[in-house]
Every structure is written in structure tokens, then in C-alpha cells.
Design a protein around this ligand. Structure first.
Ligand SMILES: Nc1ncnc2c1ncn2[C@@H]1O[C@H](COP(=O)(O)OP(=O)(O)O)[C@@H](O)[C@H]1O
Ligand SMILES: [Mg+2]
Length: 138
């Protein structure tokens, strides 16, 4: 039986700026338990920050889920950012460097894609957005 002290998943509801910090901290803790090294911890923390910030800014509320993954012997961390906000009308456009509807840098999504090993975004205009990213242990 696995120790109850080691979590397989953390879920952080996001609806204000302070929750971004909480999600980053809790995600980093779980990634540490999964054995990720410092560069990868920084990468995961950055991804969580960007995705959680987008939830607050564009969807008002949602959730960040961070979980341990073990797939065909590859181990790492998965971050899922889910909201039921307005969705993204043109995902291809939103993934381009510098595209922002809020006067931001427009690097959050494309930067996160570059940093992480796997990246998937599903957005239904009018229904919400789910971004799933993974970083494998080196
Ligand atoms: N969760 C979301 N819900 C709705 N729209 C989003 C969401 N995340 C991102 N977007 C849209 O995608 C654009 C690009 O996001 P991002 O790359 O993080 O840049 P920025 O946040 O600086 O604008 C945003 O300007 C916004 O229009
Ligand atoms: Mg952003």
C-alpha cells in the first residue's frame, strides 16, 4: 500500500490571484515528491502560473489539477487547467506568440507549449477551456 502521505493528485480551485500562488506551491510540492529536478520544478511551476492566470483573467474561475503520471515506464507530472469560461474562438490564433485579447504579452500559451513535453488544448467557444500539459522526469 502506498503511503497516505504521498499524494497522487492535488486540486486547487482558482478564482482569484492568491489561488495562482497556492496552485503553484502545491503543484511544485507534488512535482518534488514525483522526483522532478529543479529545472523541471521551475518549468512546472511556470506552466501552472500561466494557466491559472489565464483562468482568473479570462474565465473568472476554474480549477488546476496536478497529478503524478506513470505511462509505459515514463514518469512525470501532468497539469490540467479546466474552466467553464467563454472558451477561445480561434485556438490556432491564441497559440501564436504575441496574440493577446487583454493587452498582455501573448506568450502564456505558446510559452507553456514550448516549456512542457506535451501540450493539449481543447476549447469550446461558449463552453470553456481545458489545457493539459505534461513534463517527464529527466
Ligand atoms: N482559459 C481561457 N479562457 C478563454 N480565453 C483564454 C484562456 N486562456 C487564454 N485565452 C485566450 O488566449 C489568448 C492568449 O493567451 P496567452 O498566450 O496566455 O496570452 P495573454 O494571457 O498574455 O493574453 C488570451 O489573450 C485569451 O484571449
Ligand atoms: Mg496568459
Amino acid at each position: 500500500m502506498r503511503s497516505a502521505l504521498i499524494a497522487d493528485e492535488v486540486r486547487v480551485p482558482i478564482d482569484r490571484d492568491a489561488d495562482i500562488v497556492t496552485a503553484r506551491q502545491k503543484g511544485r510540492e507534488l512535482a518534488t515528491q514525483c522526483g522532478l529536478l529543479s529545472t523541471d520544478l521551475a518549468v512546472v511551476a511556470t506552466a501552472i502560473s500561466e494557466l491559472a492566470r489565464n483562468i482568473v483573467r479570462y474565465a473568472a474561475r476554474g480549477e488546476i489539477i496536478v497529478r503524478r503520471v506513470d505511462e509505459n515506464g515514463k514518469r512525470g507530472v501532468e497539469v490540467v487547467a479546466v474552466d467553464e469560461g467563454p472558451g477561445i474562438p480561434d485556438v490556432t490564433l491564441a497559440m501564436q506568440d504575441g496574440y493577446s485579447t487583454s493587452g498582455g504579452l501573448g506568450l502564456g500559451l505558446p510559452g507553456t507549449r514550448r516549456l512542457m513535453d506535451e501540450f493539449e488544448i481543447i476549447s469550446d467557444f461558449g463552453k470553456g477551456t481545458t489545457v493539459t500539459v505534461r513534463r517527464w522526469k529527466r
